[in-house]
Design a protein around this ligand. Structure first.
Ligand SMILES: *[C@@H]1O[C@H](CO)[C@@H](O)[C@H](O)[C@H]1NC(C)=O
Ligand SMILES: *[C@@H]1O[C@H](CO)[C@@H](O)[C@H](O)[C@H]1NC(C)=O
Ligand SMILES: *[C@@H]1O[C@H](CO)[C@@H](O)[C@H](O)[C@H]1NC(C)=O
Length: 417
């Protein structure tokens, strides 16, 4: 059996250039041999020179191999390879068959990379059946360096209204002095990684990154890494890969209308603003029914359309509704619920006019001023009438003036001179 596989088979072509401080992959396990498979008088060996290259795309790696030496003299044969790799995002082995000598896939550079590879051979001498050779297994362990405990935590992303995506993180348990974080990202349509277009800074510390829509690519791996520098050295790099369409949070619904018929409450609204296509949204309506006896009932109803007919409850005093929305399963595997809309109630529910304390004070003052003003006007009119009269009956005026001065407050008396 020809087993001249090199021990460390990783090409560190660009790795040294780009990730030398961050990532080194080392082969930690030799091939696991199963019983040799013979066909056409030769052993069907696994491919040779299994290598992984890291082109610096934050986990999008390429696996290469060469045909097994044992099969190089065979003619009239079709050779394929079956590659199995462990998908750490989905927690399962994925299998592909290819006649090519390389395959690219997304890996989590914080976890061991497990590969199994088998040669499949179909020749005239195998009577047209595909003979499966023995399997080679490789495990490559990324070598993550950095200050221990400095890896960022609680990384999560939300793609708001499909307009921009915010990815937020917390510092690691260990945060050496002068820590500064950096985020880099990559997707299929980028030639090379780029730094975060707009950091989210909270109290002078980088806590996240905002990606405008133009920097995102849906239905494709969107890879990110967050590393950092500090007085104690480089921080441990964290790697993430996601598909952005699965992180959409629609805008809150702002326009709910209720119309009533004798038997029905008809609820309708317009889809939330933002760039989520209408056909990609599903809704949930929550109804809160207050009965005349004080009991309350709550129901939630999933909906695909933007209206809802709700049968009136006989002894209900009022019914209030709120609505939220989410990406539906036709457009994404998952998504976030929007925030709830404001509560909208049936007309019978009188909305109480809420006036805050300072508002009440102002109201009292305004009413007071108006009353004083009205009293003044009245008194002034009264005075004018009296002057007319006193031209004729001066004696009466003097008497009247005395009387007024006795009765009105001194503050108003100048008006009656
Ligand atoms: C293939 O053929 C060459 C030349 O005939 C020979 O030197 C070599 O050993 C053969 N290889 C195998 C695996 O049989
Ligand atoms: C192909 O068929 C022949 C005759 O039927 C048989 O002797 C031989 O073992 C078969 N070879 C394989 C690889 O199945
Ligand atoms: C963070 O990673 C990027 C991309 O690999 C690299 O260019 C940069 O030097 C790293 N920064 C630190 C502080 O490790």
């Amino acid at each position: 059996m020809n087993m001249t596989l090199p021990r460390n088979v990783l090409q560190l072509r660009k790795v040294f250039a780009q990730l030398s401080a961050v990532l080194l992959l080392t082969l930690t396990q030799k091939s696991v041999s199963t019983s040799a498979a013979m066909a056409c008088g030769v052993s069907v060996d696994p491919p040779a020179s299994i290598e992984i290259t890291d082109p610096g795309k934050l986990g999008y790696l390429t696996i290469h191999w060469t045909p097994p030496v044992s099969l190089q003299n065979l003619t009239d044969c079709k050779i394929r390879y079956q590659l199995g790799y462990y998908d750490t995002y989905e927690d399962r082995w994925k299998i592909v068959r290819t006649p090519k000598l390389s395959y690219s896939a997304q890996f989590d550079l914080e976890k061991p990379i497990k590969i199994r590879i088998v040669t499949l051979m179909k020749c005239t001498c195998t009577n047209g059946t595909e003979v499966q050779g023995e399997e080679a297994e490789r495990v490559f362990t990324p070598d993550l360096t950095g200050v221990e405990g400095s890896r960022i935590r609680d990384f999560h992303c939300v793609f708001y209204k499909k307009e921009y995506m915010d990815c937020i993180w917390e510092s690691g348990h260990v945060q050496p002095p002068n820590t500064k974080h950096y985020l880099y990202y990559w997707h299929m349509e980028m030639n090379e990684i780029q730094e975060c277009p707009e950091y989210i800074v909270l109290s002078d510390v980088r806590r996240g990154c905002r990606f405008p829509r133009q920097s995102l690519l849906e239905f494709s791996n969107f890879n990110m890494c967050v590393n950092g520098s500090s007085a104690a050295g480089s921080l441990t790099t964290a790697f993430f890969s996601l598909e952005v369409q699965n992180y959409v949070k629609p805008e809150v619904i702002s326009s709910i209308r209720i119309s009533e018929t004798d038997a029905l409450l008809k609820l309708d609204w317009v889809p939330p603003s933002g760039l989520v296509p209408e056909q990609c949204l599903e809704y949930e309506v929550e109804s809160n029914i207050r009965m005349t006896d004080g009991r309350e009932q709550q129901h939630r109803k999933p909906l695909e359309e933007t209206s809802y007919d709700f049968p009136k409850e006989g002894e209900s005093k009022s019914t209030c509704f709120r609505v939220r929305s989410k990406m539906n399963t036709y457009c994404a595997d998952q998504g976030f619920w929007s925030d709830w809309s404001q509560m909208k109630c049936t007309a019978s529910e009188k909305e109480t006019l809420y006036i805050p304390a300072w508002g009440r004070l102002i109201l009292v003052l305004v009413i007071g001023v108006v009353i004083v003003f009205v009293v003044c006007i009245t008194l002034w009119n009264l005075k004018k009438t009296c002057i007319k009269n006193t031209r004729k009956k001066d004696g009466i005026y003097t008497l009247y003036k005395q009387k007024i001065n006795e009765n009105i407050p001194t503050i108003l008396s100048p008006m009656f001179q």
